[in-house]
Design a protein around this ligand. Structure first.
Ligand code: ZN
Length: 279
């Protein structure tokens, strides 16, 4: 634990760490409880990376039961300052079919019952009390991280969709047709279940967060069949997980050094007294 250190966090499935030869598993406890699983520390492209299986090993945690606060806190506590968050989504436009890689630049929160702030006025175990802090979130994703992710995808000849809106629903059920058509008519691009509060909690911790969404299906309002099935989602994800991993690893290697960051994420708390020490 004392030696645990990383520069970059990746929150994703087991496919992103299980093949690493030298992986160190560390269990991290946080003031907010336990993260989804151990952190798996390894090296990718000469960079120290902490992997966290978002749903836990064996995928036992549904999206609404993930301890997002503990996950981001744990990553920061081992030194990660930039986080890549790949996730599976449904496409809300017919031209965003299965296999589309979309790097969103906007987010809509349609979740209902998730802890989505560290600044809730409740004391931490060490007695410190977070102040009221209203975090700027107009641009929810790191512009530098987005640029790196887009370039990495193009480098693998996987032309990504540059920008778009990820709407995050509570789940674990998929959307109704009416909901899906509503999301599409609002001009939103893809729909998922885990992108929030992951993004805002990262911002609250001053972390750079980049979402890479992989479309596994057309959402109910954008297709004409029987609606989304979990089997289909898993099939498409399986087909694309290899190249998504390549893109992620290339992106890891191309992210700036933590000390060289000068994006809006690093200024999230300018002018605020947090009242607590970030890990
Ligand atoms: Zn940033």
């Amino acid at each position: 634990m004392a030696n645990a250190n990383a520069e970059i966090g990746v929150i994703g499935g087991s496919g992103f760490y299980s093949f690493l030869e030298d992986v160190t598993e560390v269990q991290i406890d946080t003031p907010y409880g336990s993260p989804s699983d151990s952190l798996f520390l390894g090296e990718v492209a000469g960079r120290k990376v902490a992997f966290l299986p978002r749903h836990g090993r064996g995928h036992h945690l549904p999206p609404h039961r993930i301890n997002y606060r503990a996950n981001l806190w744990a990553l920061r506590s081992v030194g990660a300052r930039q986080v890549l968050g790949p996730c599976a989504v449904g496409g809300l436009r017919p031209d965003y079919g299965p296999g589309t890689l979309l790097v969103p630049d906007q987010l809509v929160d349609r979740t209902k019952a998730r802890e989505q702030t560290y600044f809730d006025g409740l004391p931490l175990p060490d007695g410190s009390i977070p102040n009221v802090v209203h975090t700027t979130f107009a641009d929810p994703y790191c512009p530098a991280g987005r640029a790196v992710a887009l370039k990495a995808a193009r480098g693998r000849e996987w032309e990504p969709v540059d920008g778009g809106t990820l709407v995050v629903i509570e789940g674990p059920r998929f959307s109704t047709r009416a909901e899906s058509k509503w999301f599409a008519s609002a001009g939103w691009s893809v729909v998922g279940m885990t992108g929030h509060p992951e993004a805002v909690l990262a911002r609250e911790l001053g972390l750079c967060y980049t979402s890479l969404t992989l479309v596994t299906d057309l959402d109910a309002g954008a297709e004409t069949g029987e609606g989304v099935s979990h089997t289909e989602v898993l099939r498409v994800f399986g087909e694309n997980v290899g190249r998504l991993r390549e893109v992620l690893f290339d992106a890891v290697g191309a992210l700036p050094a933590n000390e060289d960051r000068d994006c809006l994420c690093t200024h999230a708390h300018d002018g605020w007294d947090l009242g607590i020490e970030l890990p």
